[in-house]
Design a protein around this ligand. Sequence first.
Ligand code: ZN
Length: 85
Amino acid sequence: METATIDPEVKASDEPEAEDETNILVVSDRCDQCGAQAYVGVLLGNGDLMFCSHHFNKYKTGITAAAVKIIDERWKLFNQRRNVE
Ligand SMILES: [Zn+2]
C-alpha cells in the first residue's frame, strides 16, 4: 500500500517572502546629526541617512516625504534601555 508522500522540506522552505534586508543597522551606525547610535536608516534616491530616535522624530515629516525606504529599528531602544545610564 502506498501512502502519500509528505515532504517536510517543502514546508520548511516556504517562508514568508524575504524582504531585502541588506541594510540592517548596526551599533557602528551613527546619527548624521549628533553622532549618537542610529536607530533609523533612511534610504534616499541618491544615498542614505542615519538618525537617532530623537533626530528622526525631529525631521520625520521631511524624511518620510523624501525617503525611498525607512528602516526603523527604534524597537531596539526598548530592549537596551536598561543598559543605558
Ligand atoms: Zn541624533
